[in-house]
Design a protein around this ligand. Structure first.
Ligand SMILES: [Zn+2]
Length: 311
Protein backbone atom coordinates (compact mmCIF):
# COMPACT_ATOMS: atom_id res chain seq x y z
CA UNK A 1 0.00 0.00 0.00
CA UNK A 2 2.73 2.42 1.07
CA UNK A 3 4.76 1.30 -1.90
CA UNK A 4 1.86 1.93 -4.24
CA UNK A 5 1.41 5.39 -2.76
CA UNK A 6 5.07 6.12 -3.22
CA UNK A 7 4.86 4.98 -6.85
CA UNK A 8 1.96 7.23 -7.65
CA UNK A 9 3.75 10.08 -5.91
CA UNK A 10 6.80 9.53 -8.07
CA UNK A 11 4.65 9.37 -11.20
CA UNK A 12 2.81 12.49 -10.16
CA UNK A 13 6.00 14.45 -9.52
CA UNK A 14 7.42 13.24 -12.81
CA UNK A 15 4.36 14.60 -14.57
CA UNK A 16 4.61 17.87 -12.67
CA UNK A 17 8.32 18.18 -13.44
CA UNK A 18 7.65 17.55 -17.11
CA UNK A 19 4.94 20.13 -17.12
CA UNK A 20 7.36 22.72 -15.77
CA UNK A 21 10.06 21.89 -18.31
CA UNK A 22 10.44 24.39 -21.14
CA UNK A 23 9.59 23.14 -24.60
CA UNK A 24 12.36 20.96 -25.98
CA UNK A 25 13.16 22.17 -29.50
CA UNK A 26 15.37 19.17 -30.27
CA UNK A 27 12.39 16.81 -29.97
CA UNK A 28 10.78 18.48 -32.95
CA UNK A 29 14.01 18.09 -34.93
CA UNK A 30 14.12 21.81 -35.62
CA UNK A 31 17.41 23.56 -36.50
CA UNK A 32 17.17 25.42 -33.17
CA UNK A 33 18.72 22.30 -31.62
CA UNK A 34 21.85 24.11 -30.51
CA UNK A 35 20.05 26.04 -27.78
CA UNK A 36 19.88 22.68 -26.03
CA UNK A 37 23.63 22.53 -25.70
CA UNK A 38 25.12 23.39 -22.30
CA UNK A 39 25.77 27.12 -22.03
CA UNK A 40 29.21 27.89 -20.65
CA UNK A 41 29.97 31.46 -19.54
CA UNK A 42 33.62 32.38 -19.07
CA UNK A 43 35.47 35.22 -17.33
CA UNK A 44 38.23 35.89 -19.87
CA UNK A 45 39.61 34.99 -23.25
CA UNK A 46 42.09 32.27 -22.17
CA UNK A 47 39.15 30.37 -20.61
CA UNK A 48 37.06 30.94 -23.75
CA UNK A 49 39.87 29.48 -25.83
CA UNK A 50 40.28 26.46 -23.53
CA UNK A 51 36.52 25.80 -23.30
CA UNK A 52 35.96 26.10 -27.06
CA UNK A 53 38.96 24.02 -27.97
CA UNK A 54 38.11 21.30 -25.44
CA UNK A 55 34.32 21.37 -25.73
CA UNK A 56 34.19 21.54 -29.52
CA UNK A 57 30.61 21.77 -30.75
CA UNK A 58 29.20 19.97 -27.70
CA UNK A 59 28.90 23.21 -25.70
CA UNK A 60 28.14 26.86 -26.38
CA UNK A 61 30.82 29.15 -24.92
CA UNK A 62 29.91 32.75 -24.13
CA UNK A 63 32.32 35.54 -23.27
CA UNK A 64 30.30 38.77 -23.22
CA UNK A 65 33.02 41.29 -22.27
CA UNK A 66 33.53 43.98 -24.95
CA UNK A 67 36.67 43.57 -27.06
CA UNK A 68 38.14 46.93 -26.00
CA UNK A 69 37.90 46.43 -22.22
CA UNK A 70 40.08 44.59 -19.76
CA UNK A 71 37.81 41.72 -18.65
CA UNK A 72 39.38 41.89 -15.17
CA UNK A 73 38.06 45.41 -14.54
CA UNK A 74 34.98 45.21 -16.77
CA UNK A 75 31.55 45.77 -15.20
CA UNK A 76 28.81 43.67 -16.83
CA UNK A 77 25.30 45.17 -16.86
CA UNK A 78 22.42 43.50 -14.98
CA UNK A 79 21.24 41.48 -17.98
CA UNK A 80 24.74 40.09 -18.51
CA UNK A 81 25.08 39.20 -14.82
CA UNK A 82 21.73 37.34 -15.10
CA UNK A 83 23.03 35.50 -18.15
CA UNK A 84 26.06 34.34 -16.11
CA UNK A 85 23.73 33.34 -13.27
CA UNK A 86 21.58 31.16 -15.52
CA UNK A 87 24.45 29.44 -17.36
CA UNK A 88 25.00 25.69 -17.04
CA UNK A 89 28.62 26.30 -16.14
CA UNK A 90 30.49 29.46 -15.10
CA UNK A 91 34.25 29.28 -15.59
CA UNK A 92 36.02 31.90 -13.49
CA UNK A 93 39.71 32.73 -13.62
CA UNK A 94 39.99 33.00 -9.82
CA UNK A 95 42.81 34.88 -8.08
CA UNK A 96 40.44 37.89 -7.73
CA UNK A 97 40.37 38.29 -11.52
CA UNK A 98 36.74 39.34 -12.13
CA UNK A 99 36.27 42.33 -9.86
CA UNK A 100 32.57 42.40 -10.82
CA UNK A 101 31.96 38.95 -9.35
CA UNK A 102 32.73 40.21 -5.84
CA UNK A 103 29.54 42.30 -5.90
CA UNK A 104 27.06 39.69 -7.17
CA UNK A 105 25.95 36.20 -6.18
CA UNK A 106 26.73 33.46 -8.65
CA UNK A 107 25.22 29.99 -8.15
CA UNK A 108 27.77 27.94 -6.21
CA UNK A 109 26.77 24.69 -7.98
CA UNK A 110 27.58 26.10 -11.44
CA UNK A 111 30.70 28.00 -10.48
CA UNK A 112 34.19 26.65 -11.19
CA UNK A 113 37.29 28.56 -10.06
CA UNK A 114 39.93 27.39 -12.52
CA UNK A 115 42.89 28.53 -10.45
CA UNK A 116 41.72 27.17 -7.05
CA UNK A 117 44.18 24.28 -7.44
CA UNK A 118 47.18 26.57 -7.06
CA UNK A 119 45.70 29.04 -4.58
CA UNK A 120 48.59 28.56 -2.11
CA UNK A 121 50.91 29.86 -4.86
CA UNK A 122 49.03 33.11 -5.49
CA UNK A 123 51.25 36.19 -5.47
CA UNK A 124 50.25 39.15 -3.30
CA UNK A 125 51.17 42.56 -4.72
CA UNK A 126 51.97 45.35 -2.31
CA UNK A 127 50.07 48.60 -2.73
CA UNK A 128 50.60 50.61 -5.87
CA UNK A 129 48.96 53.89 -6.81
CA UNK A 130 45.62 53.72 -8.60
CA UNK A 131 45.37 54.50 -12.28
CA UNK A 132 42.91 53.94 -15.09
CA UNK A 133 42.75 52.27 -18.46
CA UNK A 134 39.60 52.07 -20.53
CA UNK A 135 36.09 52.96 -19.39
CA UNK A 136 36.34 51.01 -16.11
CA UNK A 137 37.60 54.02 -14.13
CA UNK A 138 40.37 54.05 -11.54
CA UNK A 139 41.77 50.77 -10.35
CA UNK A 140 44.69 49.35 -8.48
CA UNK A 141 46.77 46.23 -9.00
CA UNK A 142 47.46 45.75 -5.30
CA UNK A 143 46.14 42.52 -3.79
CA UNK A 144 46.30 39.15 -5.51
CA UNK A 145 48.05 39.03 -8.89
CA UNK A 146 45.56 37.59 -11.37
CA UNK A 147 47.29 37.09 -14.72
CA UNK A 148 47.69 33.46 -13.72
CA UNK A 149 47.89 31.84 -17.18
CA UNK A 150 51.19 33.51 -18.12
CA UNK A 151 52.89 30.79 -16.09
CA UNK A 152 52.00 27.97 -18.46
CA UNK A 153 52.19 25.33 -15.73
CA UNK A 154 49.29 27.24 -14.16
CA UNK A 155 47.56 27.57 -17.56
CA UNK A 156 47.72 23.76 -17.82
CA UNK A 157 46.05 23.41 -14.41
CA UNK A 158 43.35 25.88 -15.46
CA UNK A 159 42.75 24.02 -18.73
CA UNK A 160 42.57 20.71 -16.84
CA UNK A 161 39.94 22.20 -14.51
CA UNK A 162 37.98 23.38 -17.56
CA UNK A 163 38.30 19.92 -19.10
CA UNK A 164 36.97 18.19 -15.95
CA UNK A 165 34.06 20.64 -15.63
CA UNK A 166 33.06 20.26 -19.30
CA UNK A 167 33.15 16.46 -19.03
CA UNK A 168 30.43 16.70 -16.36
CA UNK A 169 28.09 18.37 -18.87
CA UNK A 170 28.29 15.89 -21.73
CA UNK A 171 27.82 12.23 -22.62
CA UNK A 172 30.52 9.63 -21.93
CA UNK A 173 31.58 9.56 -25.59
CA UNK A 174 31.99 13.32 -25.76
CA UNK A 175 33.82 13.29 -22.43
CA UNK A 176 36.36 10.93 -24.00
CA UNK A 177 36.83 13.37 -26.89
CA UNK A 178 37.37 16.22 -24.42
CA UNK A 179 40.00 14.15 -22.62
CA UNK A 180 41.93 13.51 -25.80
CA UNK A 181 41.72 17.19 -26.83
CA UNK A 182 43.09 18.05 -23.39
CA UNK A 183 46.08 15.79 -24.05
CA UNK A 184 46.98 17.76 -27.19
CA UNK A 185 46.31 21.15 -25.56
CA UNK A 186 48.55 20.17 -22.65
CA UNK A 187 51.36 19.21 -25.03
CA UNK A 188 51.18 22.63 -26.70
CA UNK A 189 51.05 24.54 -23.41
CA UNK A 190 53.93 22.49 -22.12
CA UNK A 191 55.98 23.36 -25.19
CA UNK A 192 55.38 27.09 -24.50
CA UNK A 193 56.46 26.45 -20.92
CA UNK A 194 59.69 24.74 -22.01
CA UNK A 195 60.57 27.56 -24.40
CA UNK A 196 60.07 30.20 -21.70
CA UNK A 197 62.13 28.19 -19.22
CA UNK A 198 64.94 28.13 -21.78
CA UNK A 199 64.73 31.92 -22.22
CA UNK A 200 64.75 32.40 -18.43
CA UNK A 201 67.87 30.23 -18.20
CA UNK A 202 69.58 32.24 -20.92
CA UNK A 203 68.78 35.59 -19.30
CA UNK A 204 70.13 34.51 -15.90
CA UNK A 205 68.51 37.29 -13.91
CA UNK A 206 69.17 40.11 -16.36
CA UNK A 207 66.90 42.98 -15.23
CA UNK A 208 63.73 43.62 -17.27
CA UNK A 209 61.03 46.22 -16.81
CA UNK A 210 57.32 45.69 -17.51
CA UNK A 211 55.08 48.52 -18.73
CA UNK A 212 52.24 47.32 -16.47
CA UNK A 213 52.07 45.12 -13.34
CA UNK A 214 50.52 42.04 -14.95
CA UNK A 215 53.53 39.76 -15.32
CA UNK A 216 54.09 38.45 -11.76
CA UNK A 217 53.43 34.76 -12.45
CA UNK A 218 55.32 34.93 -15.74
CA UNK A 219 58.34 36.43 -13.94
CA UNK A 220 58.22 33.90 -11.11
CA UNK A 221 57.64 30.93 -13.42
CA UNK A 222 60.57 31.69 -15.69
CA UNK A 223 62.96 33.46 -13.30
CA UNK A 224 62.65 36.81 -15.04
CA UNK A 225 64.10 39.60 -12.91
CA UNK A 226 61.24 42.03 -13.49
CA UNK A 227 60.12 45.39 -12.10
CA UNK A 228 57.00 47.22 -13.27
CA UNK A 229 55.90 50.75 -14.06
CA UNK A 230 52.27 51.81 -14.75
CA UNK A 231 52.39 52.70 -18.42
CA UNK A 232 49.96 52.00 -21.26
CA UNK A 233 50.93 51.04 -24.83
CA UNK A 234 48.84 53.85 -26.35
CA UNK A 235 49.95 56.57 -23.90
CA UNK A 236 53.29 58.29 -24.50
CA UNK A 237 55.12 58.68 -21.16
CA UNK A 238 55.34 62.27 -19.92
CA UNK A 239 58.34 63.83 -18.19
CA UNK A 240 57.20 62.55 -14.79
CA UNK A 241 56.87 58.99 -16.09
CA UNK A 242 60.33 59.17 -17.68
CA UNK A 243 61.85 60.50 -14.43
CA UNK A 244 60.18 57.63 -12.55
CA UNK A 245 61.64 55.13 -14.98
CA UNK A 246 65.11 56.70 -14.72
CA UNK A 247 64.97 56.30 -10.94
CA UNK A 248 63.97 52.67 -11.37
CA UNK A 249 66.72 52.04 -13.94
CA UNK A 250 69.33 53.45 -11.54
CA UNK A 251 68.66 50.46 -9.22
CA UNK A 252 67.44 48.02 -11.85
CA UNK A 253 69.39 48.62 -15.10
CA UNK A 254 66.95 47.00 -17.53
CA UNK A 255 67.73 46.99 -21.26
CA UNK A 256 64.21 45.86 -22.26
CA UNK A 257 60.66 46.94 -21.53
CA UNK A 258 57.93 44.32 -21.88
CA UNK A 259 54.64 45.77 -23.20
CA UNK A 260 51.09 44.35 -23.18
CA UNK A 261 50.47 45.69 -26.68
CA UNK A 262 52.36 47.53 -29.42
CA UNK A 263 53.67 50.77 -27.89
CA UNK A 264 53.35 54.18 -29.55
CA UNK A 265 56.44 54.90 -31.74
CA UNK A 266 57.13 57.99 -29.62
CA UNK A 267 57.30 55.83 -26.46
CA UNK A 268 59.69 53.45 -28.21
CA UNK A 269 61.93 56.41 -29.18
CA UNK A 270 61.90 57.85 -25.64
CA UNK A 271 62.93 54.46 -24.27
CA UNK A 272 65.65 53.98 -26.89
CA UNK A 273 67.14 57.31 -25.74
CA UNK A 274 67.51 55.69 -22.30
CA UNK A 275 69.06 52.55 -23.79
CA UNK A 276 65.87 50.50 -23.29
CA UNK A 277 64.41 48.46 -26.15
CA UNK A 278 60.73 47.53 -26.45
CA UNK A 279 59.23 44.03 -26.66
CA UNK A 280 55.57 43.00 -26.76
CA UNK A 281 54.35 40.06 -24.66
CA UNK A 282 50.57 40.20 -25.03
CA UNK A 283 48.82 38.58 -22.00
CA UNK A 284 45.79 38.03 -24.26
CA UNK A 285 43.18 38.49 -21.52
CA UNK A 286 40.71 39.56 -24.19
CA UNK A 287 40.05 38.27 -27.71
CA UNK A 288 43.04 39.13 -29.95
CA UNK A 289 42.58 41.14 -33.15
CA UNK A 290 44.26 38.34 -35.07
CA UNK A 291 44.88 34.67 -34.43
CA UNK A 292 44.03 32.91 -31.19
CA UNK A 293 45.47 32.30 -27.73
CA UNK A 294 48.02 29.79 -28.99
CA UNK A 295 49.23 31.81 -31.98
CA UNK A 296 49.51 34.98 -29.84
CA UNK A 297 51.55 33.14 -27.19
CA UNK A 298 53.79 31.57 -29.84
CA UNK A 299 54.40 35.01 -31.39
CA UNK A 300 55.14 36.43 -27.90
CA UNK A 301 57.73 33.75 -27.26
CA UNK A 302 59.26 34.03 -30.74
CA UNK A 303 59.83 37.75 -30.11
CA UNK A 304 61.60 36.94 -26.84
CA UNK A 305 63.69 34.21 -28.44
CA UNK A 306 64.73 36.56 -31.22
CA UNK A 307 65.58 39.38 -28.80
CA UNK A 308 67.56 37.22 -26.39
CA UNK A 309 69.24 34.84 -28.82
CA UNK A 310 72.90 34.13 -28.23
CA UNK A 311 75.21 36.44 -30.23
ZN1 LIG B 1 46.10 48.62 -14.68
Amino acid sequence: MILRHLCSLIILSAILLNACKPADPSSSGSPAQKIDKPQVYVANYPLKYFAERLGGDAVVVKFPAPADEDPAFWQPDDATVSAYQSADLILMNGATYSKWAEKVTLPESKLVDTSAGFKPQYIEIKADSTHSHGPGGEHSHSGTAFTTWLDFTQAIQQAETVSAALQELVSKDVAEQIKSRMTSLKLELDSLNQRLLAIGNKLVNAPLVASHPVYHYWARGYSFHLQSVLWEPEVVPDEKAIEGLKALLAKHPAKWMIWEGTPAPESVAKLEALGVKSLVFDPCGNVPDEGDFMSVMKANIERLEKAFHSP
